[in-house]
Unconditional design. Structure first.
Length: 443
């Protein structure tokens, strides 16, 4: 009977919260107006992840896609067709972002362009007075990261970064558990992201379709890069620096972001890295295998801290994607969504030093496998992150994956890139907010 009363109380609380949420939305000027959204970049991530996730919540949140901006004519057509298929309505196609921001019917944008473009396209959006959902990585150049953060703060616009773990329930529970002190001090983190996919980030069927006259190569490079037209560096950009750093840009930022979130630490104290192109000799310049070791801890107390060991490879998929957090009492396995006493201090070995055993109780954080929506193909994590952005556009609250989160993962990313490219131990100057390699500023 008591369980039933608790259930009814909980249900009443949920209904009350929902009513309060509805009232708070209604209290905001324009809260009931439709939010009109433009798409910036109509590539694989936008079509396969962001647009489906948007469609999941668009009706309930009263959001609508109105235009697709892409400098390649074929991509514009594909983007518009995808939106029509999922939403049932047609959208306009514009040739570039100048045309998009000249429109009066665009309140916000979703940005999923090449890795090196995210920060600059984000700056462009907020300076044009638009809220933005900006895919990760936020930036792999510190100058871009600093400029983007400053632009967001100056504009007051709502920016959500595409690190969707921050809107995922099991990760939220893990953050709460660690921050409560129940886990104990983190002593080590092991992260892996392994695949055996020679075609990952390759587009051999699409590359021949891209002709220089059908796009705007100069605009694509954004003044950051000055190279002759290359369809592979346009469509397979993840394989080539400085368009991307590959593994760090694409995968590291998702996982290292959880370290910053769970601990409150703003960035690593140092990074070293090693790796190479060991198998896939297809002209790429970014490594197919990487190991990086990050030192984390209080910036003002080097006697405390822990390592993050990050390994990733394209050449063998054993181990898959893992995020394992260790304390003296046990382990958090984010893949399984569990807390266990694995590896904790047992009674036998504690007694040898006249200590007490230190074993965590087992606990489920709720495993969040990346389920997909049957109607749209949207994954649950991206859908939750997109929904949170929509809510914050209306409430003007800080999103789960804020620009500060994006800035922190950018620091770790830029440090990792510097370690790859110099072979040196890389640090970060807190005062100047610059990456340092060999005692010199790394640009």
């Amino acid at each position: 009977m008591s369980d039933r009363r608790e259930f009814l109380k909980a249900g009443g609380a949920v209904l009350a919260t929902a009513a309060m949420s509805a009232r708070s939305y209604a209290a905001i000027v324009g809260a009931n107006d439709r939010v009109r959204v433009g798409v910036v970049g109509s590539g694989d991530r936008m079509l396969g992840g962001d647009i489906p996730a948007f469609v999941v919540s668009q009706k309930e949140m009263n959001f609508e896609l109105v235009a697709v901006s892409d400098i390649w004519s074929l991509a514009r057509e594909k983007g518009a067709a995808k939106i029509e298929k999922l939403s049932g309505y047609k959208v306009d196609k514009v040739r570039n972002n100048d045309e998009l921001y000249a429109r009066k019917d665009v309140d916000a944008v979703i940005i999923a362009t090449a890795d090196f473009q995210h920060a600059r396209h984000g700056i462009e959006a907020v300076n044009a007075g638009r809220d933005a959902y900006v895919e990760k990585p936020t930036a792999h150049l510190m100058e871009d990261a600093r400029n983007f953060r400053a632009a967001v703060h100056k504009s007051g616009k709502i920016v959500q970064v595409g690190t969707q773990r921050r809107s995922t329930p099991s990760y939220m529970r893990a953050a709460e558990y660690i921050q409560s002190g129940k886990f104990g001090d983190i002593v080590m983190v092991e992260m892996t992201w392994n695949v055996n996919q020679p075609g990952r980030w390759r587009r051999p069927d699409v590359v021949p379709l891209l002709k220089e006259e059908d796009t705007d190569w100069r605009r694509y490079q954004l003044g950051v890069i000055k190279e002759p037209f290359d369809a592979r560096k346009y469509l397979e950009f993840r394989l080539f620096w400085p368009y991307s750093s590959g593994i760090p840009d694409q995968w590291l930022v998702h996982q290292i972001d959880t370290v910053h979130w769970f601990t409150g630490l703003p960035h690593p104290r140092s990074v070293v890295a090693n790796g190479g192109i060991y198998l896939w000799k297809d002209g790429r310049t970014n490594w197919d295998t990487m190991t990086a070791v990050f030192d984390y801890g209080p910036l003002d107390d080097l006697s405390k801290g822990f390592q993050v060991q990050y390994t990733s490879r394209f050449t063998n998929s054993a181990g898959g994607t893992k995020e394992l957090y260790y304390s003296n009492g046990g382990m958090i396995d984010m893949d399984k969504g569990t807390v266990t006493p694995t590896g904790g201090l047992t009674a036998k070995y504690a007694a040898e030093m006249k200590m007490q055993a230190n074993l965590l109780p087992g606990l489920s954080l709720g495993g969040d496998k990346i389920a997909t929506d049957a109607n749209t193909g949207a994954d649950a994590q991206t859908s939750a992150n997109m929904r949170n952005w929509m809510e914050c556009v209306r409430s003007r609250k800080t999103p789960n994956a804020s620009i500060e989160a994006g800035y922190s993962h950018s620091i770790a990313l830029c440090m990792n890139v510097a370690a790859i490219q110099t072979g040196l131990k890389v640090t970060f100057d807190e005062k100047t907010q610059q990456v340092m390699a060999g005692g010199k500023v790394y640009a």
